[in-house]
Write a protein that binds this ligand. Structure first.
Ligand code: ATP
Ligand code: MG
Length: 414
């Protein structure tokens, strides 16, 4: 599906609210999109809340244009016309008891006010009626938004006990919006941080991704540490050593629009080794791609040291690796905090600008060439080919004939 056009998305969402209201129901925008709009940001998507029941929503928009995937908790997905994307229409509800520390056991359809009360933070608990252009705020969200505060709706401790993921969400919103955590909300997290283990690894990893790729990652990490969530998230890794933690923060802070693996590698590289970083990545069920990149970056983070002086054949394999740009970015960030020589970073950056055939020229010899030459098969092949490759990269030999002559010399001298 192509990316929806924000303008069309918004127009259709307003149209949907109008359709619901004209049918006699209450309907409004809810949650994140109201917050984003008040902050002058483009909402990622529009969520609509309504007094209509799921079957009434389906009848109104037609079964062909709706998906009942979330109907059991009151959510109907409405498919917009071309380019308008899709959005969720959720019946006002209150959540029942939470016995697993993450999901309500049941939901009950209710009023707009109760629906606001079940939401996590005041800034996320507002409604906006786009037809009458009216904010409906039962939870003091506007004041907190103006004061730049993330505050749990109701008693923080109770709300975090219901759903422990909210502790991480609190930090994520506070960090990425550059807001403060309200004192009692922060204190409740500090008291309850240990309970984060009730949250699935995937959800933890997804929240961490959003925090770490965000430009405010230093703020996020700082908040995670003072709320004690960091020690739970990074269990088995020492987050209490001031100097390594400080390096981790500052390295991460110097990254420019990093991917998840790079951002995580910047942090973990200062705190632990690649094996432990890999174990954490596995625990978080990172994708193989991210996990492989992460461990590669952590284990090679010092390998470009001295790059400008080392033989090119030592550095070249790192710079033709798919992670090369990330590795050089990591070294650059470390150089910013005095942990790496900027001259080596410059050298690597220059080399990365080389055209592919210069950076990684085709091999002069293959195993087949050695067979044709009558070299007896065995481990010597690997040695010979790597010696030929090194000589080629060093510029000592240029042609296949040079390569074969080198092979002969090496065989003779064995
Ligand atoms: P974004 O999508 O930008 O992360 P959002 O506020 O839209 O921010 P969502 O996760 O999409 O966040 O959730 C939409 C709304 O649902 C939230 O604004 C909030 O009102 C409510 N909500 C989401 N998750 C929870 C939760 N775990 N507990 C209580 N309310 C929640
Ligand atoms: Mg959202």
């Amino acid at each position: 599906m192509s990316k929806p056009d924000p303008q069309k998305q918004r127009e259709f969402a307003i149209e949907a609210v109008r359709i619901l209201q004209q049918a006699g129901f209450e309907a409004c925008f809810a949650g994140g999109c109201v917050r984003d709009q008040l902050l002058g940001r483009e909402p990622k998507d529009f969520d609509i809340a309504t007094s209509a029941r799921p079957d009434e929503v389906r009848d109104l928009f037609g079964h062909r244009r709706t998906l009942p995937i979330g109907a059991s908790f009151g959510v109907i997905t409405v498919l917009g016309p071309r380019g308008a994307g899709q959005f969720d229409v959720a019946t006002f509800r209150s959540d029942g008891k939470y016995s697993d520390g993450r999901h309500p056991d049941e939901v009950r359809f209710s009023s707009a006010e109760e629906d606001a009360q079940r939401r996590d933070f005041t800034i996320n608990g507002m409604f906006f009626d786009p037809v009458n252009e009216r904010i409906i705020d039962y939870v003091g969200g506007q004041v907190d938004l103006e004061r730049c505060v993330v505050r749990a709706i109701g008693a923080a401790e109770v709300r975090f006990a219901e759903d422990k993921l909210r502790m991480l969400r609190a930090v994520r919103f506070a960090a990425t919006l550059a807001f403060e955590l309200e004192a009692e909300t922060a204190a409740a997290i500090s008291r309850m941080a240990d309970q984060l283990t009730a949250v699935s690894s995937e959800r933890i990893a997804a929240e961490m991704q959003r925090m770490l790729v965000d430009p405010h990652r230093l703020r996020a990490l700082t908040m995670l540490r003072y709320t004690r969530l960091a020690e739970v998230l990074f269990a088995g890794i020492n987050v209490h050593d001031e100097s390594s933690w400080d390096r981790a923060l500052r390295t991460a802070d110097h990254l420019d629009a990093p991917g998840y693996a790079l951002a995580l590698a910047a942090v973990l590289g200062e705190l632990t080794d690649s094996r432990t970083a890999g174990e954490l990545g596995q625990k978080w069920r990172l994708s193989n791609e991210v996990l492989r990149r992460l461990t590669w970056l952590v284990s090679n983070r010092a390998e470009l040291t001295g790059a400008a002086q080392l033989p090119w054949y030592r550095i070249q394999p790192l710079l033709i690796h798919p992670g090369a740009a990330d590795l050089v970015a990591l070294c650059a960030a470390r150089a910013e905090i005095g942990q790496f020589d900027p001259a080596d970073v410059d050298f690597c950056r220059q080399r990365l600008l080389w055209p592919a055939e210069r950076l990684d020229p085709p091999a002069l010899l293959s195993g087949d060439d050695l067979v044709a030459r009558g070299v007896p098969q065995g481990s010597v092949y690997r040695e010979l080919l790597s010696a030929v490759r090194d000589a080629q990269l060093q510029g000592e030999i240029q042609t296949q004939a040079d390569a074969l002559a080198l092979v002969d010399r090496l065989l003779k001298s064995r």
